[in-house]
Design a protein around this ligand. Structure first.
Ligand code: ADP
Length: 394
């Protein structure tokens, strides 16, 4: 085929290119642009011509740089720039520059592709990546937390199991000792009955009673432990005279006092208080029991009860063996017994029960202790009702 009108042929080729082509002079004026270039910038072709190329480019310095030294290495490869459409919208463009001569004049050409869609996709992907990274980080953190929680509950479980085993050994021992004592006392009682030695027989009868009370107490403690563990303590508040309870419980504790050991009671309250008498009984009995066990003969244990405007305060002070400083933080833990008491009887559940009961009354318990000097436990119970019902006992 013979091409008669080559100019028309070139023009068709020029306008059917896949990329936009813009030719500009040294003054940056656009002298030629193909249809794809005009379309790309949103122009009708005739309006595009004559305008300055850098009106449509954000990185204007790049055009100047290219005009000054077009053979620079950086212009051998494509450049990514931001362009502006006729309406002022931002476009992401890929440019490759070139230089040419025509009738003694130098012209510059730019091959332009619109990469806006690609760029938006890339931005979206990188945003998704950031999101994903964040989510992975969060789930990693959560995973770490769950693992830490599992580890800690596992080690708690292991620790608890060890303590339970220790407790079973201790409890069996605790039951065995009074049971054998009861057995030998009853044998002796039978013997003294035969001999008609009433005094000796009664002495052993009292001993048996005391031992049975101790066994009973231990069983009670175990049942209470169950309540504390399953948090089913429901306080039953009522009006009562605290000193009546104190009198009863100290009488029950009398058989356990050591030689010349006694309990001094400081209780100024002569009116009825509104609390749970059963719980107060358990708390005070336990604290006094420990004070008796862990202090020596000829020592005084102080039980002080004080009613303040907003709370009731119970203090049990002994001058006994005290609690070793490095074990103080473990004292309220179930089954825990300090190193310095291992020779004496006990199961390590009393204080755990006391704490559970005190907390069921919204109260707090704390202690101060020094080894070989003594220990003071303080229980603070908020008043449930203002003690308006002041009725004094004569
Ligand atoms: P236990 O049956 O061993 O007495 P508790 O739960 O009542 O159990 O007490 C836990 C531990 O707290 C005791 O084994 C002992 O080490 C320490 N403890 C409690 N009260 C006293 C006290 N008054 N003096 C010294 N140590 C005490």
């Amino acid at each position: 085929m013979e091409l008669n009108d080559k100019t028309a042929f070139y023009k068709v080729c020029f306008d059917s290119m896949q990329v936009g082509i813009v030719v500009f002079d040294q003054n940056k004026k656009i002298v030629l642009a193909n249809i794809p270039a005009s379309k790309l910038f949103g122009f009708k072709k005739n309006k595009f011509l004559g305008r300055k190329i850098d009106d449509f480019v954000k990185e204007k310095y790049l055009i100047d740089k290219f005009i000054q030294s077009p053979s620079k290495k950086e212009f051998k490869s494509t450049q990514e720039i931001t362009g502006y459409s006729e309406k002022g919208n931002e476009l992401f463009l890929e440019l490759s520059f070139g230089e040419m001569k025509y009738e003694g004049h130098i012209y510059f050409k730019a091959l332009i592709s619109d990469i806006t869609e690609r760029k938006l996709k890339e931005a979206k992907i990188s945003h998704l990546n950031v999101q994903l990274e964040k989510e992975v980080k969060v789930s990693n953190e959560e995973l770490k937390k769950v693992i830490a929680q599992l580890k800690s509950s596992l080690s708690k479980e292991i620790e608890l199991n060890k303590l339970k085993t220790k407790f079973i050994a201790m409890a069996s021992h605790e039951f065995k000792t009074p049971l054998s004592a009861i057995l030998s006392s009853t044998e002796l009682m039978a013997k003294y009955s035969e001999l008609d030695n009433v005094e000796k027989r009664d002495e052993h009868l009292q001993k048996v009673k005391g031992l049975i009370a101790r066994l009973n107490g231990m069983l009670d403690d175990m049942l209470k432990l169950e309540n504390v563990e399953s948090s089913i303590i429901e306080p039953r508040y009522r009006w009562f005279y605290l000193n009546e309870i104190i009198l009863k419980l100290t009488q029950l504790l009398n058989p356990f006092l050591k030689k010349n050991q006694f309990i001094k009671i400081e209780n100024e309250i002569r009116f009825e208080i509104f609390q749970d008498p059963e719980i107060l009984n358990i708390v005070i009995t336990n604290l006094l029991n420990n004070a008796i066990k862990y202090s020596g003969e000829a020592s005084t244990i102080l039980l002080r009860i004080e009613q303040f405007e907003k709370h009731l305060e119970i203090t049990v002070k002994d001058s006994g063996i005290g609690i070793p400083s490095n074990e103080k933080h473990l004292i309220f833990q179930r089954f825990f017994r300090a190193k310095n008491v291992l020779y004496s009887s006990g199961t390590g559940i009393g204080l755990n029960i006391v704490k559970g009961y005190v907390e069921s009354l919204n109260g707090t318990i704390y202690f101060e202790s020094e080894e070989n000097v003594g220990t003071t436990f303080t229980v603070i119970l908020p008043n449930m009702i203002n003690n308006e019902k002041e009725s004094f006992i004569n």
